[in-house]
Each structure stands twice: as structure tokens, then as C-alpha cells.
Design a protein around this ligand. Structure first.
Ligand SMILES: C[S@@+](CC[C@H](N)C(=O)[O-])C[C@H]1O[C@@H](n2cnc3c(N)ncnc32)[C@H](O)[C@@H]1O
Length: 271
């Protein structure tokens, strides 16, 4: 049997590692992989949209052996090919019609797709979720603000650059403000939004937050390193100036008590 296509550039491997660390960070901070209540009886179906390296889908499939877990992505993960039988990865573009019928799915999870979707793609994406969900089924969306909170001056420059890039690419820089309305307009009810502030750096006095801050800062450092070529090209910085900016940003996080704000929306398709 031919193996399905997978990702294997150095960039992809490094990004897989970063996503995996962020997965563990969010799971620890949220004390769970999912906050929505959902059907876990035999035959129930869960979808992970933009599954990435598939770690969330794998853990859910192991935790709920009666449930069929489907990870959707335009590229399939390398390293979860030998997962349990109730886990399957489906290659598709989630901005197009999903390969499943109406009212077929019990729970849809989607995390960190903010920069992968153009502003105008969110409405149709949520409609597709609504279509495939069973009445009474839940969605759970997690996105972080594109900007960092309590930024120092160099971080402010990074934020301004990202805001400009969003204009160029059509990504909604303020997505975390506009998603509430879009979720409501799609027809979901019981919309519940929670925010979680995760420190960047080891500045918190609280031991647990300090550990989260360490990991979050390392993940942010990895993000900047992985996207160095993009920043150097689009921002017009020299390689050395970029490295210096990264070093300064990492120092600023501890000085300014910076943090990342994550948002989680849980919403139901009405019965
Ligand atoms: C930032 S990663 C997030 C991965 C995972 N959700 C997580 O939280 O670890 C975004 C993922 O979305 C996928 N993706 C982006 N646009 C997509 C599209 N139009 N259709 C399907 N997958 C897409 C990418 O291939 C990537 O795996």
C-alpha cells in the first residue's frame, strides 16, 4: 500500500515540535484537552480541524476508544501513522466542502488556525462546521491574540509588522474580537468564550505559571527562529539585526511581564 503524502521539510519538523510543545502547554494550562461536553458513546465522531502533527487527535483517540477521531489537514502528519484504529487522518482543504455528510459529527475541535485563514474564509468555515455537526453537537475553537500583551518596544515593532502583514495576506489581525459575532451569526447557541493569559518568561511568582512562562517563551523563540527567513525577507532586516531583535524581545518579556492571551470558544448547534 502506498503511504499517503506527508510533510518532511526541516521547517515542517521544527514547526511540528513547536506545535507539540504548545499542545502540552495548553493541555496543562487548561487541565484538559477539551472543555466542551460531547458525546463519547460508541460510534460518536470527533473532528480535529487543521490537525497539524495530530497529537491532539491521537490523545483523544486513546482517551475515548469508542469514538472515531478524524484529523483533517491539507497535509498528513508523519508520526501518527501507527495510531489506534479509531484514529484516521483525512487529507483535505478545510476551506472547501468537507468530505462528510450533514449532521454526522458530535464534536469539532480547532486550534491555532488564525493565521492560516483569510478573514473572508471564517464565515464559510464555520458554516461547514455547522452543516456537518449533529444538532446538540459542540465546536471548540482556540486562538491566541496575534499581538503580545505588556509588550516592550521591540515586541511592539514585531506586533506592528505582523499587523501590516495581515493586511497584505488578508488575515484578520483582530480575529479574536470578531469570532464571537461570526460564531453567533452562523447559528450556534450557548456560545461561551473564556480567555487564558499565559506568561512569556519566568517572571510570575506562582510556580505553575512560571513553568508555563518558561515553555511559552521557548515556544515563541522557536517560532521566531523557524520564521527567520520570512522576517528577514519581508521586514528587510539583515540576518544579524533579526537575531539581535529576537534576543532583545526575549529579554523584554521578563522585564515587561509580557504574556500571550489565548481565547477559547465553545458553542453548540441548536437541537
Ligand atoms: C498552526 S498549525 C496548528 C496545528 C494543530 N491544530 C495544533 O494546534 O497543534 C495549522 C495547521 O493547519 C493546517 N492548515 C492550514 N490551512 C489549511 C487548510 N486550508 N485546510 C486544511 N488544513 C490546513 C496546516 O497544514 C497546519 O497543520
Amino acid at each position: 500500500m502506498t503511504r499517503p503524502p506527508t510533510i518532511f521539510s526541516d521547517f515542517d519538523f521544527k514547526e511540528f515540535d513547536r506545535w507539540q510543545r504548545q499542545h502540552y502547554l495548553l493541555k496543562s494550562a487548561r487541565k484538559a484537552n477539551a472543555w466542551a461536553s460531547f458525546n463519547t458513546t460508541k460510534g460518536a465522531v470527533i473532528i480535529d480541524v487543521g490537525t497539524g502533527n495530530g497529537i491532539w487527535a491521537l490523545e483523544m483517540a486513546n482517551q475515548y476508544p469508542n469514538v472515531q477521531v478524524l484529523g483533517l489537514d491539507r497535509v498528513l502528519p508523519n508520526d501518527q501513522q501507527n495510531g489506534p484504529e479509531n484514529l484516521r487522518f483525512v487529507q483535505c482543504d478545510v476551506t472547501e466542502a468537507w468530505p462528510m455528510g450533514d449532521n454526522a459529527v458530535d464534536f469539532i475541535f480547532q486550534r491555532s488556525m488564525g493565521d492560516a485563514m483569510k478573514q473572508e474564509q471564517w464565515g464559510p468555515l464555520l458554516k461547514e462546521m455547522y452543516r456537518v455537526l449533529k444538532p446538540g453537537g459542540y465546536i471548540e475553537l482556540i486562538e491566541n491574540d496575534f499581538w503580545r500583551h505588556n509588550p516592550g518596544p521591540v515586541q511592539q515593532a514585531f506586533d506592528a509588522f505582523i499587523q501590516e502583514q495581515c493586511k497584505v495576506t488578508g488575515v484578520d489581525f483582530q480575529l479574536t474580537d470578531s469570532l464571537d459575532t461570526l460564531v453567533n451569526e452562523t447559528g450556534f447557541d450557548q456560545v461561551d468564550k473564556k480567555t487564558m493569559d499565559i506568561p512569556l518568561g519566568e517572571w510570575p511568582a506562582d510556580q505553575e505559571l512560571k513553568q508555563f512562562g518558561f515553555i511559552n517563551k521557548e515556544a515563541h523563540k522557536a517560532l521566531l527562529k523557524n520564521y527567520k527567513d520570512f522576517y528577514v525577507k519581508q521586514w528587510g532586516l539583515s540576518s544579524a539585526d533579526f537575531d539581535l531583535a529576537v534576543q532583545e524581545v526575549l529579554e523584554e518579556f521578563d522585564e515587561h511581564h509580557s504574556f500571550t492571551r489565548f481565547h477559547c470558544w465553545v458553542a453548540r448547534k441548536p437541537l
